[in-house]
Design a protein around this ligand. Structure first.
Ligand code: PLP
Length: 301
């Protein structure tokens, strides 16, 4: 039996883990009789989004232990990562500087308004500057500017993130033939792939990243023994792009119980699951788990 030890930070924030697995009944054509479940990481916390907590908690707990109270991180104007981190810092009384891709001063998004309300210092940079976020000289410059701060990469994909994500596998309460998840930066996929006990992984690319995404994941999880593969036919034109079909699907995915979906991550995941199901992609009578990674705040206008 595995006992989950919640860190002080998780307890104080009200993080609810392990997340539940729910059986889904789907109204899809299902020639192979696949069965579906969903792991509700979207329910871990009302504000701190599923996989972003998984990715952040290792780095943040370590920061807490050594007394770091200042953080710097990066993201776009709708970033689920910055929203989660911003809320944690607000609750913990930590100081956060965020570097935002593009200038939203005239029209801040709901996410940026929340960050502002939570006391984060917001810095808008050009797309060209943002491109340099991982360059050694740029990061060095930030270290000089914020000498006491922990610098957390975009999406929370720090070296600690893999182990945090890999914990999902230990929470599973039953056998699955396959686990489906959305993939953007590859951190969540790499974390799962690094756990040898993980079921076969099929990741739905939510952006155009053929070859590039595969190489990122191979670099982060070089010794992975898990059968993992990225499917590239379900991005609907690119990151945050949608199609009429996808928008219809998100409002009525023909599943019960009803589960909130948005069009950037979970909508594309469930849409792909339906297409694959109807095409007979899943093996006969297989047990398929969909990982709901959260992210509903990003849909706000
Ligand atoms: C960030 C995010 C992802 C993508 O995770 P990666 O580790 O970057 O691949 C998926 N779903 C949601 C809701 C996210 O916020």
């Amino acid at each position: 039996m595995i006992i989950f030890l919640a860190t002080m930070l998780a307890t104080n924030l009200g993080i609810r883990l392990p997340s539940v697995e729910q059986k889904l009944s789907v109204d899809w054509r299902n020639p192979n009789g696949a069965e579906f479940w969903v792991k509700r990481d979207d329910l871990i916390h009302p504000i701190i989004s599923g996989n972003k907590w998984r990715k952040l908690h290792g780095a943040l707990s370590r920061a807490e232990q050594v007394g770091i109270t200042k953080f710097v991180s990066f993201g776009g104007g709708y970033s689920n990562h910055l929203h989660a981190l911003g809320y944690v810092c607000f609750q913990a009384g930590w100081h956060l500087n965020v570097i935002i891709r593009g200038d939203y001063r005239a029209n801040p998004t709901p996410m940026l308004q929340d960050l502002h309300r939570w006391g984060a210092q917001i810095h808008y940079v050009t797309k060209a500057t943002y491109q340099r976020r991982n360059d050694a000289d740029y990061v060095q410059h930030l270290r000089q500017q914020y000498p006491e701060a922990m610098i957390i990469p975009e999406g929370g994909s720090s070296p600690d993130a893999l182990a945090g994500v890999a914990e999902i596998v230990y929470e599973l309460t039953q056998f699955y033939d396959m686990l489906l998840l959305p993939v953007a930066s590859g951190g969540t996929l790499a974390g799962l792939a690094s756990n040898p006990k993980c079921p076969a992984l099929r990741a739905i690319a939510v952006l155009k990243g053929e070859n590039y995404l595969e190489s990122l994941v191979s670099q982060s999880a070089p010794t992975s023994a898990t059968d993992w593969q990225i499917l590239h036919d379900f991005h609907h034109g690119g990151y945050a792009k949608t199609s009429a079909e996808l928008m219809d699907f998100v409002t009525d995915p023909q599943i019960s119980p009803s589960i909130p979906l948005e069009s950037v991550y979970s909508g594309k995941l469930f849409f792909a699951a339906r297409q694959l199901c109807e095409a007979g992609y899943f093996p006969l009578n297989s047990r398929i788990l969909l990982l709901h990674t959260g992210g509903l705040q990003g849909q706000r206008k």
